[in-house]
Structure formats: structure tokens, C-alpha cells
Design a protein around this ligand. Structure first.
Ligand code: G3I
Length: 451
């Protein structure tokens, strides 16, 4: 399996995550709650794009998972269920049950399906690597033919070939049974076979670390250019877009999408996730969304999972929903960039805000909590959040806000220090230290009210 650079986190935070002490609670604004809120799918559709997510079949039975999927997304990518090891673990015996579950769910909700993936060096059963050249060619074309025939007419776009290039400065092809035995021509052959099976599915090349200009993306670019010049069937390029602090959104992200689009292919953001939290994460998500919207041929965005807890790198909390399916500031940033509105609805410029809570430090006798307040789709001039603590906890200090307390001493109303103005989608945070006195419960963060 490939390795992405991972962000180094402070040990304390890692320990917290490992013990499950760090939590997140999000509440939505009160104002306008009677109006229908906009969604990722709805606001993307208004811009002529889809908004998708990776889906795992084994979570579809979880009601919060399915209801979030159905409410917010209009495209899905099976996260693992269509990979070679899932559908053809044994030569010529095809198993589609898990992938079928996802496809039928998607069809029942009129969602697009991205097929992922036909030819990839990873999650490849051992028998494929043991074949001789002629046999491998037959097996590759048979795999493409069988799987695409099974799903013919149901797939919007296929990742025909995935991650065929090396990282680093060489621009070379990655070693794999296909590359090593069939040579450079295997990619072209896979695309030609795919076109012959389902001429209506868009055929994509998909890769990571190709999100800005680099030796690797230049090599992919040269291949796509060559394919277009010679009439090899290719319709789209997928940019996985797995980001973290060691591998942030490149400054030339939009320009890179555009140069591929200029070759005459669609571009899609196919596996978006960005490790981090709060405003920094939200800002990066906003940038990616804005970049796609600025490129006419960027047809949609897919995030690589719904709640953080089901991410392939869950400790980096890289997704738009927290473990309780509450919308994170990153969600609001994407929605706002898509032109959607949070809660307020009606286009009347209603002031709303949302909050995210995180436990940021912990010691034997106390912990620090942080609440991030994010304005909705309209600018706000003031906000107020109630935070309720459990007796015998006592707050010893607060920062970045002005607190008042109720008579019980357990409910704090936090308001801005001075000017409470936030631009649409912008965030600010306040914090506090809780002396546990033996009780480590997270505080309850109430609704955020804005004006
Ligand atoms: O389902 C089995 C379970 O039965 C078993 O007990 C467990 C023990 O290891 O493994 C489970 O399978 C895991 C599977 O995810 C489902 O959770 C595999 O080990 C694990 O390797 C697999 O990881 C997937 C990874 O691709 C494999 O390369 C991730 O879920 C998936 O998100 C990730 O997705 C890839 C894209 O396909 C291509 N681009 C990069 C992206 C992230 O790595």
C-alpha cells in the first residue's frame, strides 16, 4: 500500500485520540431552523457539478450514515468493493454482492456512481501477479470486460487505471505486474478495452500527488496529451487530493486542473480529504472547492468518506462530518464556496452560526476545551454560545471571549471580546480550562445564536 506523508501531531493529542477522550460536538444555529437547509449536493447541482463521497457497503445499515449520505450527496464511489481483490479474488469467479449494494442504493436515490477501480497494483489478488505475460493480458482484459459488463449503464465514470506512476522526480511508471510484464502499453490497452465494453461510461485515469505541477503530474499530463493526440479513449483525469500539513493543497492546484482540462478531458476531484481541524481545515476545503468551480471542466468533487471515524486515516479527522455526523467548519466552508446556505435558507441573509467543540489538552486534574464558531452563509456581527459543565467541574480560566455565568455556576454564556463580526463562512475560537474534580465529561455546547 502506498504511503502518504503524515502530519506529526503533539503526543498529547495523539494519546487523547487513541483513548477516545477527545471529542467533538457540533450544534447548528437556531436562526432560520424552520427553513430547509441547503446541502452539498443541492448547491453543487446548482453549479452544474456533483458532490460525492466514498461509501463502504458495511455502513449502509447505520441509519445516521445512510441519512447523511442521502441528504448531502448525489454521487458515490465504492471505497473498496469494486477493487480487484473484492470482485475477482479467484480467477474468473466474480463476486459483486457488496458493490451491488452500493450501486442499488445509489440508483434508488438517483446518485451517480464512480467505478473504482479496474487496473491497480494494490488490492490485487496474488494470482494475478503469478501469471505469465500472455495470460496476464487475457486476465486484465477479462477483468475489465466482466466488471464493466456487470455494471454497464450504471456507472458515470470508471477509474480505469489507478496510480500507475511513481512518486518523486523520475516521472517513471510504477512497477506492478501490469507494467513489468505488459510494458507501457498496458494503460492504453486497458482504456481501449474499457471503451469497447461500455461506450457510455466516462473513462478516467486517477492518481495522487498529481494535484499541483510536479514531475509526477507532468508525466501523467504527457500521457494524457499523447492519448488525446493518438485517439486513445480517455475522458477524464481524477485528482485524488489527499492532503495534510506535510502535503498541503498546492498553490497551483487550480492551474494544474486547468492545464489538464485544456487537453480536452474532464477533471474530477476524486478522493478529497484534508487532515486537520477548525479554521485551517475549513480554509483548505474552501480552496479546493473554489478551484473546481473555477475550472469549467471540473465536473464534480468526491470526498473520501462521510464521518471522520470511517476515514482510512481517521486519526487525522480529515472529513466534513465529525464522529457524530455533525457538520464541521470544513462542511460550512465547502457549502459556502458552493454558494449554498447553512440553515438560514430563503436567500434572506439570515445570520446563523455553528459550533465545533474539541478537547485540545488534558492533564491529570484538568483539560482544555476549544469551541470554534463559524458564521453561516451570511456575515454576522455578534454571536453567543452556552456551554454547560458538569458539577463538580469548575472552569479556572477562559480566553478569546467574554463569559457570563448562570446562578448554578455550571452554565457559561460566551460572547465575543469586543467586535463579534465574522464574514460568511469565517470562524473564530474561544477556549477554557476545566478543573475536573474527578469528572472528565465533555461540556455540552448549546446552540449558537447570531445576529
Ligand atoms: O475488511 C477487512 C477486515 O475484514 C479485516 O479484518 C481488516 C484487517 O486488516 O481489513 C479489512 O480490510 C481493509 C479495508 O480497507 C476495509 O476497511 C484493508 O485491510 C485495508 O487495506 C483497506 O484499506 C483501503 C485502502 O484503500 C487499501 O489500499 C482503504 O479502506 C481505502 O480508503 C483506500 O482507498 C485508496 C483508494 O482506493 C486509492 N487511492 C488512495 C486511497 C487511500 O489509501
Amino acid at each position: 500500500m502506498r504511503k502518504l506523508p503524515r502530519r506529526i501531531r503533539p503526543t498529547a493529542v495523539r494519546a487523547l485520540l487513541a483513548t477516545g477522550l477527545a471529542g467533538a460536538v457540533v450544534t447548528t444555529g437556531l436562526a432560520g431552523s424552520a427553513h430547509a437547509a441547503s446541502t452539498l449536493a443541492g448547491s453543487a447541482a446548482a453549479k452544474g457539478r456533483y458532490f460525492g463521497t466514498a461509501v463502504a457497503a458495511n455502513h449502509l445499515g447505520e441509519s445516521a450514515y445512510a441519512s447523511t449520505l442521502d441528504a448531502e450527496f448525489n454521487a458515490v464511489t465504492p471505497e473498496n468493493e469494486m477493487k480487484w481483490d473484492a470482485v475477482e479474488a479467484t480467477r474468473n469467479t466474480f463476486t459483486y454482492s457488496a458493490a451491488d449494494q452500493i450501486v442499488s442504493h445509489a440508483q434508488s436515490k438517483s446518485m451517480k456512481v464512480r467505478g473504482h477501480t479496474l487496473v491497480w497494483h494494490s488490492q490485487l489478488p496474488g494470482w494475478v501477479g503469478s501469471l505469465g505475460t500472455t495470460d496476464l493480458r487475457t486476465a486484465m482484459n477479462n477483468h475489465i470486460t466482466q466488471v464493466m459488463t456487470h455494471y454497464k449503464g450504471k456507472i458515470y465514470a470508471w477509474d480505469v487505471v489507478n496510480e500507475a506512476f511513481q512518486d518523486g522526480s523520475s516521472g517513471a511508471r510504477r512497477s506492478s505486474p501490469f507494467q513489468d510484464k505488459l510494458g507501457n502499453g498496458y494503460i492504453e490497452e486497458a482504456f481501449r478495452t474499457a471503451r469497447s465494453v461500455d461506450p457510455n461510461a466516462k473513462l478516467c485515469y486517477n492518481d495522487y500527488n498529481t494535484d499541483g505541477q510536479s514531475a509526477k503530474s507532468n508525466a501523467v499530463y504527457a500521457m494524457v496529451k499523447d492519448f488525446k493526440q493518438r485517439g486513445v479513449p480517455i475522458d477524464c483525469v481524477g485528482f485524488q487530493s489527499h492532503f495534510n500539513s506535510a502535503s498541503p493543497v498546492p498553490s497551483d492546484y487550480q492551474a494544474n486542473l486547468q492545464r489538464f482540462a485544456d487537453l480536452g478531458v474532464d477533471v474530477q476531484i476524486t478522493e478529497l480529504d484534508i487532515e486537520g481541524s477548525g479554521t485551517a481545515q475549513a480554509t483548505s476545503y474552501g480552496k479546493v472547492t473554489t478551484a473546481c468551480l473555477a475550472v469549467t471542466r471540473c465536473t464534480g468533487i468526491t470526498v473520501w468518506g462521510i464521518p471522520d471515524k470511517y476515514s482510512w486515516r481517521s486519526s487525522g479527522t480529515p472529513l466534513l462530518f465529525d464522529n457524530n455526523y455533525a457538520k464541521k467548519p470544513a462542511y460550512t466552508a465547502v457549502l459556502t464556496a458552493l454558494g449554498g446556505t447553512t440553515g438560514g435558507g430563503g436567500g434572506g441573509g439570515t445570520a446563523t452560526c455553528t459550533t465545533t467543540y474539541a478537547r485540545t489538552n488534558v492533564w491529570s486534574d484538568r483539560f482544555n476545551g476549544q469551541v470554534t464558531v463559524t458564521a453561516g452563509s451570511s456575515a454576522i456581527t455578534a454571536w453567543s454560545v452556552n456551554v454547560t459543565f458538569t458539577s463538580p467541574q469548575k472552569v479556572s480560566t477562559t480566553w478569546s471571549g467574554t463569559p457570563t455565568w448562570d446562578s448554578s455556576g455550571n452554565v457559561m454564556t460566551m460572547k465575543p471580546n469586543g467586535n463579534g463580526s465574522l464574514a460568511a463562512g469565517a470562524s473564530t475560537s474561544f477556549g477554557f480550562t476545566v478543573m475536573t474534580n474527578g469528572n472528565t465529561n465533555a461540556p455540552t455546547v448549546g446552540a449558537c445564536t447570531a445576529s
